[in-house]
Design a protein around this ligand. Sequence first.
Ligand code: N01
Length: 584
Amino acid sequence: MKNIRNQKKEEKQNTPIATSYDAVIVGAGFAGMYMLHRLRELGLKVKVFEAGGDVGGTWYWNRYPGARCDVESMQYSYSFCEELEQEWEWSEKYAPQPEILRYAGYVAEKFKLRSDIIFNTRVISSIFDEDENHWIISTDRDDTVTARFCVLAVGCLSSANRPAFKNLIKFKGQQFHTGEWPHDGVDFTGQDVAIIGTGSSAIQSIPLIAQQAKSLTVFQRTANYSVPAWNSKMDSEYQKKIKADYSKLRAQARGRPSGVMFPFNFQPALEPRKEERDKIYEEFWDRGGLPFLGAFSDLLFDSDANETAAEFARNKIRRIVKNQKTAELLCPTNVFGCKRLCVDSGYFETFNKENVRLVDISTNPIREFDKDGLFVKDLKYKFDSVVFATGFAAMTGSFEKINILGRNGISLAKKWEAGPRTYLGLATSGFPNLFMITGPGSPSVLASMIQSIEQHVDWIADCVNNIVRTGAKTIEPITSFEDDWVEHVTEVSKVSLRSTCSSWYVGANIEGRPRVFMPYIGGFPIYVDRCNDVMTRGYEGFLVNGEKSDGKMPEIRFTKRWRVTLDKDVMSPADVAARNAPVL
Ligand code: N01
């Protein structure tokens, strides 16, 4: 198999580095970059280790054809620097991957970040030294450094899932994973190509691969809902209008449970009659993308309401796909939006092309590979190249790749064996001065990612600053508070239909992983309020220097910007449940 990760065979930098830091950050995606910026502003000595050859994280690796963001460009960007907001120009409504990567590079340049980042270097272990109260961090470049604080900015969807298909080793053709795509691109011209998976990555790449390849065979285990993106060139007037009052859009977005601003209909789906309901669905369909979920207020909370959206979407597929047998196979039967909703540009239309065929593997899985293809039952499918669009070991996969040992040598992997345990998705008990950005138990993937990242980074930077300023040595969650939070995350998830299916949100996309609803679904504003309260109450729920910290921390310094105003009109039942839950 082509070693995709090392396509460019980038040399490890030989740059000698110091052996002691105030903070080490793992990862230089949007989270690691902003964390570096904030900690440097505080005057700390910081080093970042990044496995990739440059900044950008997910946008560095996911270079598959058609990769683009499905949150609108004007909302998928940093908000911390007004000058940056004003000077960067997006070219499309939904930015394509190369443009987002250029944006990451631009930010790195503007804030001179690269000088403190060691690229092509993977952190392999992080071990807490209880005598010295610091972390000992080792890399695959043979660095060993110490740092008082260790921040894991490793991403939520960054550890590729490569199912162990039987006899894959026999396959002589090329293999690719969408999440580790070759930097120089892939030319499928004249090839018979197979793609396994029909999630967001597949749905974006299939139309483009089908245009190039001689033939494309799509192996589908679960059909997925997808709403058209209706992507277009950026309307310059719209961009200008947003920039004239960017802070207004940011504030509105933060007030939304999803952290994204889009039109929202307060009506429950069963209130209007069918004709009226379908008219509203059509309007939201014509707007396109994830905001379709705003067509009615209860789509993710009421099964009957959800079924109306599901049937509307299925009818779209039936109308687009000419072969009715294929159309039915493409029609999902599960809850609409339970697995993450996909956004496409011509996905279903692609199945009308003569060179594209769909193979249903829902009941008969792939049996094994062979030198020139694979078998489903006894039927052989031959191809030159195979694309694994099989997703990620979501939320926890990249933590598992690092040997993280906390107090008493306890390993994080062991602690999280039955599912991740964190306090607010920011820290975990027994692992002092270790922070995670958009960790499990925080809204992360259920809110706009860059927004979630900035809020976490600001919270962590404030926390580090307060600890350093007050001369404290360590901070770590109290186990009972963490337990309450984990329970709360689970309880709130039950209000949402999203907790009911086999998605990566619950770790069900990979056999053997614990089934736990990992992100916090109580909504971004409620979560932010909770983080603020914990801090202003003197790190309630944390031990500082091994002792309960409540009220003992003098003069907490606080980033006021994250005082969000909850948009009460768009509170979902999950938000209401979160608000009423005792832990809050
Ligand atoms: O991964 P996925 P993804 N045999 O897990 C199938 C974000 N994202 O990379 O559904 C056969 O969604 C699996 O089948 P099933 C976004 O949050 C964002 O596409 O588990 N098939 C599924 O069809 C997204 O949700 C953007 O039954 C197997 C597919 O592989 C997340 O990343 C773009 C299999 C995996 O789908 C992940 O998306 C792309 C097996 N053994 C991604 N194992 C944008 O912003 C897995 N599958 C637009």
